[in-house]
Design a protein around this ligand. Structure first.
Ligand code: GLN
Length: 493
């Protein structure tokens, strides 16, 4: 049986009816992974033995008529910056290449409790810093739609495995767009929850005030299901919020009549290299018209501080990263250089040999922005403008229920195209970073294809803790299109 056409609830239902077994499903996906992953480099590790053990447990539960978890038998992939006990959590960095996590992230415990099957860990930009997956110590991931193009980043591995049916869904992390932008480049669905909705315990920290874990899936329903499982307060993360988790599946009724949708004019007016590609603009504008035909009211709104978002993000994120990454010193974690004659040299050489170029660039930028004499001019100023960006959204949400924008100004680009010019790479996040700065929830869903057959995604942004409206609108739109059903080509299978 071909399991790639099934949604998570459909698969679970077939298991329950004993038409299929979790073992069959797991073997099917592992087999595909072994065949196809060498072309993509999307998985860093596959856990064959462990996955089959989990499948056996699910099959036993079914046989003995024990209650089944919400994710029973669902094969999932996990970004390699999320800790999985007794397995390597490398963050795609040489410095953590041999780091075996001694504990599980909270999201791992939650999906395991619901009987999910973890197939493996996915490739990413080193420490989640990047927009193309070219910053991985273990080599780049290829885009399954066109192997000469990047899959986006930093959760490019997770997006690529979902797009090529090497897992039913995946977990990624999003600090400035790392779930949504690769989802958009790979033609899948990716959601960044509200800051505080999902526990960050066991997520290797990049920029702690921005990071969130979220689902990547083939359709909105699976995305809602995965969010349902991972959301909720956690005593191990004091920034997770004590709020009841709504029933995200029950809000997917397709009825969005009467909702007010805002279109931020600044997202369409940028010019030059920050501007939107015509194919992206066309697809997103068409999607807005389609949404209107479902009975919503669309109005133009303004987010006046949008132009500062990239600058603010790259100050706040690098400042936090420079502090978070100070712990990798060759003593407590990971790689230690053998080339040293004293302690200071050991620290220095372990870090300079263990970290890649982009990570070092960010540590230096962040250290500079926090240094005495510059702190007020850079870091503090960035925090003040961050407050203004947040306020822009608060004002907008007094008038509308959610906002729609393109996810990224372009479709997937070629390998090497932006590597020499970090600023052009940073601009890939121009439409996603504000959402993290304001802590809001946002989803990217497919809305068409460019002329050269690459997926285009658009973004729906909601009010704080209003993932329900985001999912509801995404689902209603998805029901009217076939974009999410189109399969990747170019893999020779
Ligand atoms: N591409 C952005 C960066 O490099 C976002 C990364 C992320 O969300 N983890 O910082």
């Amino acid at each position: 049986m071909d399991f790639t056409e099934l949604t998570a609830p459909e698969l679970r239902c077939l298991l329950q009816k004993k038409e299929i077994t979790a073992r069959e499903v797991t073997i099917f996906f592992l087999q595909r992974c072994k065949e196809i992953n060498p072309k993509l480099n999307a998985y860093l590790a596959l856990f064959e033995e462990e996955a089959l053990k989990q499948a056996q447990m699910v099959d036993r539960k079914i046989k003995e008529k024990e209650p089944l978890g919400l994710l029973a038998g669902i094969p999932l992939a996990i970004k390699d910056n999320i800790c999985l006990k007794d397995f390597v959590t490398s963050c795609a960095s040489k410095i953590l290449e041999n780091f075996y996590s001694p504990y599980n992230a909270t999201v791992i415990d939650r999906i395991r409790t619901q009987d999910a099957i973890i197939l493996g860990k996915t490739n990413m930009d080193e420490f989640a810093m990047g927009s193309s997956n070219e910053n991985s110590y273990f080599g780049p991931v290829r885009n399954p739609w066109d192997l000469s193009k990047v899959p986006g980043g930093s959760s490019g591995g997770s997006a690529a495995v979902v797009a090529s049916d090497l897992a039913l869904a995946a977990l990624g992390s999003d600090t400035g767009g790392s779930i949504r932008q690769p989802a958009s480049f790979c033609g899948v669905v990716g959601l960044k929850p509200t800051y505080g909705r999902v526990s960050r315990y066991g997520l290797v920290a990049f920029a702690s005030s921005l990071d969130q874990i979220g689902p990547i899936s083939k359709n909105v329903k699976d995305c809602a299901l995965l969010l349902q499982v991972i959301a909720g307060q956690d005593v191990n993360d004091s920034t997770s919020v004590n709020l009841a988790v709504p029933d995200f599946l029950s809000c997917l009724d397709g009825n969005i009549r009467g909702l007010k949708i805002g279109v931020p004019k600044e997202y369409f007016s940028a010019t030059g290299r920050e501007g939107i590609e015509p194919d992206v603009e066309r697809a997103v504008k068409k999607a807005i018209l389609d949404l209107e035909s479902l009975g919503v009211r669309v109005e133009e709104i303004s987010l006046p501080h949008t132009e500062y978002a990239i600058a603010v993000y790259y100050l706040v994120a690098t400042a936090e990263a420079s502090s978070n990454l100070a712990r990798y010193d060759g003593v407590r974690y990971g790689y230690r250089s053998s080339n040293h004659t004293n302690l200071l040299e050991m620290y220095k050489n372990s870090r300079s040999e263990g970290f890649g170029t982009e990570v070092k660039r960010r540590i230096m930028l962040g250290t500079y922005a926090l240094s005495s004499g510059y702190y007020e001019a850079y870091y503090q100023k960035a925090q003040q403008v961050r407050a203004l960006i947040r306020k822009d959204f608060e004002e907008a949400f007094k008038k509308v229920d959610c906002l729609v924008t393109p996810t990224s100004p372009t479709v997937a680009f070629k390998f090497g195209e932006r590597v020499e010019d970090p600023l052009s790479m940073y601009l890939a996040d121009v439409f996603t970073v504000s959402v993290n700065l304001a802590g809001l929830p946002a989803i990217s869903i497919p809305c068409g294809f460019s002329e050269n057959e690459l997926p285009v995604g658009w973004q729906i942004i909601g009010k704080l803790f209003d993932e329900e409206t985001v999912l509801k609108v995404a689902y209603a739109y998805e029901q009217t299109t076939e974009w999410h059903k189109k399969k990747t080509c170019g893999l020779g299978i």
